[in-house]
Design a protein around this ligand. Structure first.
Ligand code: FES
Length: 369
């Protein structure tokens, strides 16, 4: 049997334990000798595969495997093509709600990986040596002879894989694996361009109504009780054009929401300590703050009425809404930005302007703004 270990089976007759460093220890002769519950049936007779006995079959398998590796390389190339051909967010429902870009990138990269995997499995099943190898149990620390044997087995495996004898498979595999690096390099293009002023602005504009984030209904002063917190958004997220289509939708809506979401709270005006020049940023104790935590951007809303503290669930940053959303605790480094608000002619809450500073986590270009 190819590669069979020459190490003898364990002594079950009361002789040496065979443990290195413990050669003098002798098993207790009074203990019963455990019997093997089942006779060792040995290994079944090796059955050659078609590719073992038929050179033509082996050659065919070799070409099939190389074809899979080649197709994998083609899929990696198609990934790169799809990356440039489809814009993100284009044709958002190409197949089962998936956009063309996501679908093409996912399918091509998935197939590239899958074909390499299938090719490797077929290589092992059809062409690599399938001789079974026996390794007897042995002490944890292997003697030098076993290490030598392991190295020999490793080299034997290398020889059995035929990688040296089958340059077609080896080279196609190397080519496919190399091409897999290409998508990783191509997507680095997404590191740019820099966002410019996109992180400094939101969709809030002077006169834009503040609406409930679920129902889209505008908010009147008398509808907000002291101690209440309302999750809100700009009315434009619920607006439709002449044809009934949303003014903002899809990825653009999600990106805008991530910056413009706010919380509206009403606090007894006697308990509010506004910063100088911010005295008129609220309406009868109603204040509006960004909902996006200034640590790493989680949406906050765990509000404690009695203390006016709002807590971020991610890392417990705590802000005092009665004191300009000052940070009381946690890793956030800046207060929540406040949105100046007033009332429109119909008595609904509206923004007085966009935020006066960037919302959300800090970013390298933010500086002192
Ligand atoms: Fe709010 Fe970390 S994201 S504390």
């Amino acid at each position: 049997m190819n590669g069979k270990s020459s190490q003898p089976p364990p002594d079950r007759t009361g002789g040496s334990t065979g443990v290195p460093g413990n050669e003098d220890a002798v098993a207790d002769p009074h203990l019963p000798v455990p019997a093997e519950p089942i006779d060792n049936p040995g290994l079944p007779v090796h059955q050659p595969r078609p590719t073992d006995v038929d050179d033509a079959a082996a050659k065919r398998a070799e070409r099939q495997i190389a074809a899979m590796f080649g197709l994998s390389a083609v899929c990696a190339l198609l990934f790169c093509v799809a990356y440039f051909v489809f814009s993100i967010g284009e044709e958002t429902d190409t197949f089962m709600g998936l956009g063309a870009s996501n679908l093409a990138l996912g399918v091509t990269l998935g197939l590239a990986l899958l074909l390499i995997g299938i090719g490797a499995i077929q290589w092992a099943r059809k062409l690599m040596s399938d001789h079974e190898i026996v390794e007897m149990r042995h002490p944890v620390v292997s003697p030098d002879s076993d290490r030598t044997e392991a190295l020999t087995a490793l080299n034997q495996g290398f020889d059995d894989s035929g990688i040296a004898r089958r340059p077609l498979i080896r080279n196609s595999l190397l080519g496919a694996a190399g091409m897999l690096g290409l998508p990783a390099v191509v997507v680095l293009a997404d590191l740019g361009p820099l966002p410019g002023t996109a992180l400094e602005r939101t969709v809030w504009r002077k006169g834009m109504r503040i609406v409930n984030d679920v129902s889209g209904t505008p908010i009147r002063v008398e509808e907000v009780e002291i101690g209440q917190l309302i999750n809100a958004e700009p009315a434009v997220f619920f607006a439709t054009d002449d044809e009934g289509e949303p003014v903002i939708e899809g990825p653009e809506l999600q990106a805008a929401k991530a910056k413009a979401a706010v919380i509206v709270v009403r606090i007894d005006p006697a308990e509010i300590t506004p910063l100088p020049a911010r005295e008129n940023w609220g309406v009868d104790g109603i204040l509006c703050y960004s909902k996006i935590c200034t640590h790493v951007g989680c949406p906050i809303s765990l509000y404690e009425q009695q203390t006016h503290h709002v807590l971020c669930p991610c890392h417990q940053s705590t802000f005092d809404l009665a004191d300009n959303a000052k940070v009381l605790f946690g890793p956030a480094a800046r207060p929540l930005p406040q949105l100046p608000i007033s009332l429109d002619a119909e008595g609904y809450l509206v923004a007085d302007s966009d935020f006066r500073e960037p919302v959300g986590p800090s970013f390298p270009e933010r500086g002192d703004r």
